[in-house]
Design a protein. Structure first.
Length: 485
């Protein structure tokens, strides 16, 4: 997701700072103006505001081990709060035009991989632990060591696999595809619609939404995803008012009784830091691997995003380094902690910040605008929670496409790279598990390298992780051998 690096284009004669705010954020020094920063802040918000709709839908549609679901209104509040606070902190502390919010892909891991194994409090506790561990890795300098341990091809394959997984979730949530019951006596696991054909107005909304979204993206329209969600929600509301529709799913597109309401902070603080380790039926190995999966999903995407946005803004130094990288990464890790503590999933840096950079943002001042708009959204929860799945799911399909574009960077001619990458990408959607995909890719990479006599090229961290995944996949026979079953 990172853009090509380019060295900072330092103006030889930057105008003097006009006031203390200008000096603090280095607005004039970086060749920007207050007008550009404000315009960029608005652009970034409207480009990434879709997360206020998608995050509650992804997390709210999942059930934990005990069948409990998170409240959509509370999720919207938590999502907006974390985005507002952490975006402003990044602006002030990191002085980069880099906004943060709940990470797509990360929320899928929490909703569909972690929550079904434990309670929501335990699952969010793992997110907090992940963020704390990332902060430790940053402070100790181990983050770069881990970066070098994972082959670039596997990093890219992980993103591609998550993209396909997210797109599949979009198709399933919208009802475009559905699982065929085993009693049907067919070998086809999923089918078109509920009966093999597409029926009903809600499905039409989804299909039109997909066409609208991909059309806007193809034309490179700024805020394409948000425009599509808003447009299809309005269309869904019109259809709902004139057609006889039995059910839309979790959300019915009907105009709320009130547009503005007091934020509901009911989910804030609902997490159990070490509860997952005591969860019945979940072993320590599984918990450790789940934390590792969260770290992987957050870790590498953040690095690519930070470098890409800094390069696009012309802020890299002569050695291609990001200014104040340590502070930036530490704040990003703290955002993961905040997301878990608020039950909105791990928050991370957004590549959509490039929209603000494109409008002229060069400093963290633009984050004050973006964060302020997220804070304003706290009071618009009733309006944000009328979006039906069918209007939001096309965004998941679009995001899946955008994440999959990294597949072109994988060297498919080298089997030692291509096979592990393929397994990583294929296993994620086919097993509905991000962890399984990462594990399959790591194990295949280590085995193939060893078979080719290149075992010494494998970093010890990768050996250790692959050994854990081996135990993870073989836990049943291991338990039988040890007499645990």
């Amino acid at each position: 997701m990172s853009a090509p690096q380019k060295v900072a284009d330092r103006p030889s004669g930057s105008p003097p700072a006009t006031n203390s705010v200008d000096r603090f954020f280095k607005i004039s020094q970086r060749g920007s103006t207050f007008a550009r920063e404000i315009r960029g802040g608005f652009a970034t918000f409207f480009t990434m505001a879709y997360i206020l709709v998608l995050n509650p839908i992804i997390l709210g549609s999942a059930k934990d081990k005990f069948g409990d679901q998170l409240d959509a209104v509370q999720l919207t509040t938590a999502t907006a709060l974390v985005a507002a606070v952490m975006t402003i902190i990044m602006g002030v502390g990191g002085n980069l035009p880099l906004a943060l919010a709940a990470g797509l892909g990360l929320n899928a891991v929490v909703a569909f991989q972690i929550a079904p194994l434990m309670s929501w409090d335990d699952a969010m506790g793992l997110v907090v632990l992940e963020g704390l561990l990332i902060c430790v890795l940053v402070v100790t300098g181990l983050r770069e060591a881990v970066m070098h341990a994972i082959p670039q091809s596997l990093k890219q394959a992980i993103s591609v696999g998550i993209g396909l997984f997210i797109a599949f979730i979009g198709f399933v949530d919208a009802g475009f595809v559905s699982r065929i019951p085993d009693i049907a006596g067919t070998t086809v696991p999923v089918q078109l619609g509920a009966t093999g054909t597409l029926t009903g107005w809600p499905i039409l909304v989804f299909c039109l939404g997909v066409l609208l979204t991909i059309g806007l993206i193809a034309r490179k329209v700024k805020g394409a995803i948000l425009i599509s969600i808003v447009t299809m929600t309005i269309i869904a509301m019109i259809i709902n008012s004139i057609a006889d529709i039995k059910a839309w799913g979790l959300t019915t597109p009907a105009w709320p009784d009130k547009v503005v309401d007091t934020p509901d902070f009911g989910l804030i603080g609902h997490f159990s830091l070490f509860g997952a380790f005591d969860a019945a039926g979940v072993g320590v190995v599984t918990v450790v691997l789940l934390i590792f999966t969260l770290i992987l999903s957050d870790f590498f995407d953040t690095m690519g995003t930070v470098v890409g946005i800094s390069a696009e803004a012309g802020l890299l130094d002569e050695e291609g380094k990001v200014p104040g990288l340590g502070r930036v990464l530490l704040i990003d890790g703290a955002a993961a902690v905040a997301g878990g503590a608020a039950s909105s999933s791990s928050a991370t840096s957004y590549i959509e910040s490039a929209a603000g950079v494109g409008e002229g943002s060069r400093t963290g001042f633009s984050n004050l605008i973006t964060g302020g708009l997220f804070a304003l959204a706290l009071f618009l929860t009733p309006l944000l929670t009328i979006v039906p799945l069918q209007a939001a799911a096309p965004a998941l399909v679009a995001v899946g496409f955008l994440m999959m574009t990294q597949v072109k960077n994988i060297d498919w001619d080298k089997y030692e790279i291509a096979i592990p990458a393929f397994l990583t990408i294929a296993v994620m959607p086919f097993t509905y598990s991000i962890t399984n995909g990462i594990g399959a890719g790591f194990l295949a990479y280590v085995v193939i390298k060893a078979v080719l006599g290149k075992a010494r090229e494998i970093h010890w961290l990768l050996w250790a992780t692959s050994a854990m995944f081996l135990v993870y996949f073989a836990i049943d026979p291991i338990e039988q051998i040890l007499g645990a079953k």
